[in-house]
Design a binder for this molecule. Structure first.
Ligand code: FJE
Ligand code: FE
Length: 302
């Protein structure tokens, strides 16, 4: 049968699942728990992604005063709220469905603590910055839940954190070209989402059971990370009787040398040594850390 012209949205080469990881809970911060998928020992780096944590914090636990340099942190709340404050006086609360896209650049010192009763849950993704942007001025992009672009089509709902999907587009500017999509598929839904061919991409399942890449593959459930192989997009199905929710994240690899020391991510050991020096001496972007303490008054060792 001849193929229809209108099949232009179909994928020619759906990406296959190259590796699969289950993210188990581990202690992090002060009394907090994270399910770390990217950034753990077996998966140190998935260029340009440094860390993916599904975090869970209940007061008095949290992530008190700590620095960052050389990358971005993207915090997307799933439940509850986190209050943040930094050494420059920038503060606020990230509530359910809200997004904070923080470009640490040359340096941020801040705290991230629970802002509500019960357990706060969310995702924090660390995206590396290219050598030419590692020392830029810090910048925040914050979008509240109601302003996150959404689209629904054929049983698939998407919330567009970065990039575009199903005709909806995010206002977030990505220094490192990145797509970040939060999909919910109803029972019976089938999704085909294009991804730029040269990008690294992964799926992280939040709830329910999804089928990815091949319609006959076995279902994947919550807390699993799937690294996708080469191809032009993701194909996914919901063959269960409940909703399946997952994020699809892709980014252009930087292909640069990487030296990481905790929350400092640079290209060479010399730059890391200089960063530790800057942090200890309150120079080159860390000036305001000298007299600043958050409300918590605590410090997170690293
Ligand atoms: C950090 C240890 C940490 N994952 N998810 C060392 F825990 C952290 C850190 C976080 C973090 C914060 C939130 Cl709100 C969510 C997270 C790690 O703050 F930055 C270092 N250096
Ligand atoms: Fe932080």
């Amino acid at each position: 049968m001849p193929e229809k012209e209108s099949s232009c949205i179909g994928l020619k080469e759906p990406r296959l699942v190259a590796r699969k990881f289950l993210a188990r809970p581990q202690p992090e911060g002060v009394g907090a728990v994270v399910r770390r998928s990217i950034g753990r020992f077996e998966l140190r780096y998935f260029d340009p992604f440094l860390v993916l944590d599904e975090f869970s914090v209940t007061a008095p636990a949290g992530f008190p005063d700590h620095p960052h340099r050389g990358f971005e942190t993207v915090t997307y709340m799933l439940q509850g709220a986190v209050k943040h404050e930094d050494f420059d006086g920038h503060k606020g609360t990230i509530g359910p469905g809200d997004l904070q896209w923080m470009t640490a650049g040359r340096g941020i010192v801040h705290s991230e603590m629970p802002a509500a009763q019960g357990t706060q849950k969310g995702l924090q993704l660390w995206i590396n910055l290219s050598s030419k942007y590692k020392m830029i001025e810090p910048r925040y992009q914050e979008i509240s839940s109601k302003d996150i672009a959404e689209a629904t089509k054929d049983g698939t709902k998407v919330r567009v954190i970065a990039g575009e999907a199903l005709g909806a587009k995010s206002a977030i500017y990505t220094r490192t070209p990145t797509m970040y999509l939060d999909f919910t598929l109803e029972p019976g839904a089938h999704l085909q989402q294009p991804i730029p061919g040269s990008w690294n991409a992964f799926v992280y399942v939040l709830e329910g059971e999804g089928i990815f890449s091949r319609s006959k593959s076995s279902p994947v459930n919550a807390h699993h990370l799937l690294l996708l192989g080469p191809g032009d997009g993701l194909e996914a199905w919901n063959k269960s009787s409940k909703l399946v929710r997952f994020i699809l994240v892709g980014g252009e690899p930087l292909c640069e040398p990487l030296v990481q020391f905790g929350p400092f991510v640079m290209n060479t050991q010399e730059e890391i040594d200089r960063t530790i020096d800057d942090f200890e001496k309150y120079t080159n972007g860390f000036e305001k850390a000298r007299h600043w303490r958050s409300e918590s008054g605590l410090t997170l060792g690293f």
